[in-house]
Design a protein around this ligand. Structure first.
Ligand code: ZN
Length: 479
């Protein structure tokens, strides 16, 4: 007789990602015995060492809890569904103190308290939970606001940036009066105003391999709101090493991705993306842009998944990748599988400690090559232009960036980085050439490309056109 066993998401990693497994058995006990003999890794999650079913594993035949039937002796028939419901299916054991709720908190959270999925117990779980936000930018803004409002008792935030004018188009934690302030200072003030019953823990540092494990340790859930690959891999590996869930969100232009990477129960980020793209292939938001409201949508979904994990309610986004296309307004969901050969969470992991993520992502050249890259400051450029020097200025940004601001008046011409290899011969070899982009990253790659192609008189403009606007001509637009 064929019975279907439904595998809860957190355990699917042990059954090759399957949501259902069919067995031939006559009782619940026999069905489970077949399951664990087919998937031996599952055994220790379901049974104690002396062969007893673990107390936090609940079993249902169709809609009925077998504890109210005949337990493991309950018969199963053709077409029945046996559902395994382990309490770990979402219930994170929150590390904070189980706290009582005050009268003010009861009033504040009343819309939660009247829902059976939350209730007083759920609200206490939220209060006891400790959640760490990596980044207080576009994703961190809705995350911080909603998690604070919902009553997550301890919210840590890692960020070492200051608020600048380009942030305000999407980073709704901040207002115009915050310009120039450290983000953590402004964010802490705002979040404490949203909810004075919670604790905000600022971590005003840059997250590195040296400090990540120590910073992550006290938290139950890590939420990745970063915008660069080295930090994503760092966050993933630290979460895998510490056994913590990583609520992932990423945004670019009109597209978003959301998932929950939890190596204990499913795939990790490296199972999905084993290695980063080569530097420069995928532009950052600063280079490619991002639609203002998109981080609001993706960050809110991350906040939702975080709250579900803490409550242990619903079906977490573990083993699933949600793709959002804002232009078409379409969602797609892909199933993610745990890669048994994953270097972080696979059977024989090669990553047993944190590594140098800048180098891993190809962002750090050997020191000698970096030193060898000729640089020119904006003041040096200005002085040479003023002295009548016939420099060639090449702008390697995109045409839409040229539209915003350019150095055409100084003689600049546009060759976007992606087209440079087709125009190497258009760059004169008998004159000094200064290459610039927005902040100096793309132009450094262009200078490297030109040097490799045999050009000798090439310089990178340090700080790009941003530095020019800030230091030489503040009347131009800054972006
Ligand atoms: Zn993995």
């Amino acid at each position: 007789m064929s019975t279907t066993i439904r595998i809860p998401t957190p355990l699917r990693g042990f059954v090759e990602g399957q949501g259902e497994v069919a067995v031939q058995a006559e009782t619940v006990g026999a069905a489970l015995a077949q399951l664990v003999s087919a998937f031996p890794q599952l055994r220790r999650h379901l049974y104690t060492e002396d062969g007893q079913l673990r107390s936090f594993v609940n079993l249902y035949v169709n809609e009925e809890d077998v504890r109210y039937l005949a337990g493991v002796a309950t018969p199963v028939n053709e077409g029945d569904t046996l559902t395994i419901v382990p309490s770990i299916a979402g219930g994170l054991a929150a590390s904070g103190e189980a706290a009582e709720l005050s009268q003010e908190e009861l009033a504040r959270y009343s819309r939660h308290l009247i829902m059976p999925e939350v209730g007083i117990e759920g609200q206490k779980k939220l209060k006891a939970a400790r959640v760490l936000l990596i980044g207080a930018g576009g994703l961190g803004s809705p995350l911080g606001l909603y998690l604070a409002a919902a009553g997550i008792g301890t919210i840590g935030v890692v960020d070492d940036d200051v608020v600048d004018a380009t942030n305000l188009q999407r980073q709704v934690l901040y207002g115009t009066s915050d310009l120039g302030r450290p983000k953590l200072e402004a964010a802490s003030e705002r979040l404490r105003d949203v909810n004075p019953h919670i604790v905000i823990v600022p971590h005003p540092v840059r997250l590195t391999s040296a400090n990540a494990l120590e910073i992550f340790q006290p938290y139950d859930v890590i939420v990745d709101g970063t915008d660069n690959f080295p930090t994503r891999y760092l966050v993933n590996d630290a979460c895998v090493l510490l056994g913590k869930p990583n609520v992932y969100g990423s945004i670019f232009r009109f597209e978003g991705q959301v998932s929950v990477f939890y190596a204990k129960a499913g795939p990790c980020y490296r199972c999905l993306f084993r290695e980063p793209p080569p530097p420069g292939l995928v532009p950052s938001c600063a280079e490619g842009g991002v639609l203002g409201v998109l981080p609001g949508i993706v960050g809110s979904l991350q906040a939702l998944e975080t709250i579900k994990l803490v409550l242990g309610e619903g079906e977490p986004l573990i083993g699933r990748l949600l793709l959002f296309d804002a232009l078409a307004l379409r969602w797609r969901e892909l199933r993610l599988r745990k890669n048994p050969e994953c270097p972080a969470c696979g059977e024989k992991p090669s990553i047993t400690g944190l590594i140098d993520y800048e180098e891993f992502c190809g962002l750090r050249r050997p020191a000698a090559a970096l030193d060898a890259l000729p640089e020119l400051t904006v003041h040096e450029l200005k002085a040479r232009l003023d002295s009548g020097d016939r420099l060639v200025i090449i702008d390697v940004r995109e045409p839409f960036e040229w539209e915003i601001v350019n150095l055409e008046a100084q003689g600049a011409r546009l060759i976007p980085l992606g087209q440079l290899s087709d125009h190497l011969d258009d760059v004169p070899r008998d004159r000094d050439v200064v290459v610039h982009c927005r902040t100096g990253g793309r132009s450094a790659r262009a200078v490297r490309q030109l040097l490799d192609a045999g050009h000798e008189r090439v310089w990178n403009l340090t700080g790009g056109i941003r530095a020019w606007v800030e230091q030489i001509d503040p009347s131009l637009p800054l972006y």
